[in-house]
Design a protein around this ligand. Structure first.
Ligand SMILES: [Zn+2]
Length: 184
């Protein structure tokens, strides 16, 4: 039977083992929180940031998210477009180093329910590493605590890979990698 590939249906979901309070928009508020590692925020630039998905389709499933609160791709100005795509390139480089996958799926859900996304008012580009013959990782590994451990492990590997890139600085292991503004 052919696998239906639908990582977009697994959007960012607040972890049930946390009491993190998000008042309005999770993607606007997350970068303002201090606990990057806990929140799985990997890298932060002036215009965009990289977040791991708490419920990954595959190990390493990440999202590149512009800071601007908009659901319309057409709202991004040229600087934001460039920043998002540069961060996407950095994310792919980091994934190559961390996981050496066979391929990637990269894409947006635009337009809410019809496109399959669950957070439709704040753009986010999914980056999903793929391996030949992979199947949806979550149903395969099942238990929530196993998934949390796997995401923590992915975080560590990608954080290290991003921190090793040119044009980045890293405060400590608890903080997201900072993309120098001229190199975003
Ligand atoms: Zn927002």
């Amino acid at each position: 039977m052919e696998q239906v590939f639908a990582p977009w249906r697994i959007d960012w979901v607040e972890r049930s083992d946390k009491n993190e309070a998000f008042e309005d928009c999770v993607f606007c508020e997350l970068p303002d929180h201090d606990d990057d590692r806990e929140n799985h925020l990997l890298a932060r630039g002036d215009c965009a940031y990289v977040l791991l998905n708490n419920y990954p389709y595959n190990p390493g499933h990440a999202m590149v998210i512009p800071h601007q609160h908009t659901g319309a791709y057409q709202d991004l100005d040229p600087d934001e477009l460039l920043a998002v795509d540069r961060l996407l390139q950095r994310t792919l480089d980091a994934m190559d180093d961390a996981f050496a996958p066979d391929g990637y799926n990269v894409g947006y859900n635009l337009g809410g329910d019809a496109a399959g996304g669950s957070i439709d008012d704040h753009l986010h580009a999914h980056v999903v590493p793929r391996w030949s013959g992979d199947t949806n990782f979550m149903p395969v590994i099942g238990e929530t605590n196993v998934i949390v451990e796997a995401v923590d492990d992915s975080y560590e590997r990608l954080h290290d890979a991003l921190a090793a890139q040119d044009g980045t600085t890293t405060l400590d292991e608890q903080s997201a990698v900072v993309i120098e503004s001229s190199r975003e």
